[in-house]
Unconditional design. Structure first.
Length: 296
């Protein structure tokens, strides 16, 4: 891990018009000097190879196999019932031949992101597990929606509250504040700005940019507590953001057992996301049942 370097001050990359650049500058000041997880070297090298006009599968396999621990975890995950493969996979090379490098890379991204997040938050472990559940639930929903990549949905879920971790490092009272107000998804960012100067979505957006996550993921993180109408995001980004909101609703309701139906803000956020994705209540209930299977 290292201290946050970020973009040059005031340059935050591609953003829709409704992003508050003044808040991003304050968010930058809050996290400056804090120790944050850096993108694993393996992912950076793998991205370089995959971005070539003709990626070399064998070179990618060799890169993955250099990290023995990660390679072993990848094999364990893809041989689990969740992947429903017909035959057991015994090597990374076999996995690439059977699944394709893109799908295998998505699995590696998920695992490397979570490990880096877990290693960076010794005082906030419960949020890491919750974020994993949000990501897993969002990925389940995304698998049923043509416009959303399930890997993007998982990454958005895993990172969506990472800003809260760094607010808690900077402000000792933040964890209690966060717990008391997490069922107020629409007003929470404004309350954070008033109390701490910047919201956790703004900080999470900066960190997602630092990790060079896909633009759709960055926008979903920034707007996961905000209406996406008139926000300047693309329809695909709006869909991912709504999927993330429903993943969070499912994890709060079915994983943490919070009384989301007693929160008018939770219900409003849920209903707007359902409308965005054209999901009815029966379909949503099916999603919640699927999510419960993941949480067990």
């Amino acid at each position: 891990m290292k201290s946050y370097a970020g973009e040059s001050r005031g340059n935050f990359g591609s953003m829709p018009s409704k992003v508050d650049t003044a808040e991003l500058r304050k968010a930058f000041e809050i996290i400056k000097g804090l120790s944050i997880p850096t993108p694993p070297a393996l992912l950076l090298k793998l991205n370089e190879e995959l971005n070539l006009p003709m990626p070399d599968d064998q070179k990618a396999v060799e890169l993955i196999e250099k990290d023995i621990g990660l390679a072993a975890r990848v094999l364990q995950v893809i041989n689990s019932p969740a992947y429903n493969l017909r035959a057991e996979i015994h090597s990374i090379e076999h996995a690439v031949r059977l699944m394709g490098l893109k799908k295998l890379k998505d699995t590696i991204v998920r695992m490397a992101l979570r490990k880096a997040m877990d290693d960076s938050m010794p005082d906030f472990q419960y949020l890491s597990e919750f974020s994993h559940m949000v990501g897993a639930g969002a990925a389940l929903i995304a698998a049923r929606i043509e416009t959303i990549d399930p890997c993007d949905a998982y990454m958005a879920g895993l990172f969506h509250e990472v800003g809260a971790i760094f607010l808690s490092q900077r402000f000792p009272d933040y964890i209690q504040f966060h717990e008391e107000n997490r069922l107020r998804p629409l007003s929470l960012p404004a309350m954070e700005k008033e109390n701490y100067g910047a919201s956790h979505p703004a900080i999470g957006f900066l960190l997602a940019k630092h990790w060079k996550l896909p633009e759709e993921v960055c926008q979903a993180i920034y707007f996961h507590h905000s209406p996406t109408s008139d926000s300047g995001v693309t329809p695909e980004q709006a869909d991912l953001c709504s999927t993330l909101k429903l993943g969070s609703y499912a994890a709060l309701n079915r994983y943490l057992g919070r009384q989301t139906d007693q929160s008018s803000e939770c219900l409003s956020c849920r209903d707007a996301s359902m409308a965005e994705l054209m999901i009815d209540k029966e379909t949503l209930n099916d999603y919640l049942i699927d999510c419960e299977k993941v949480y067990q």
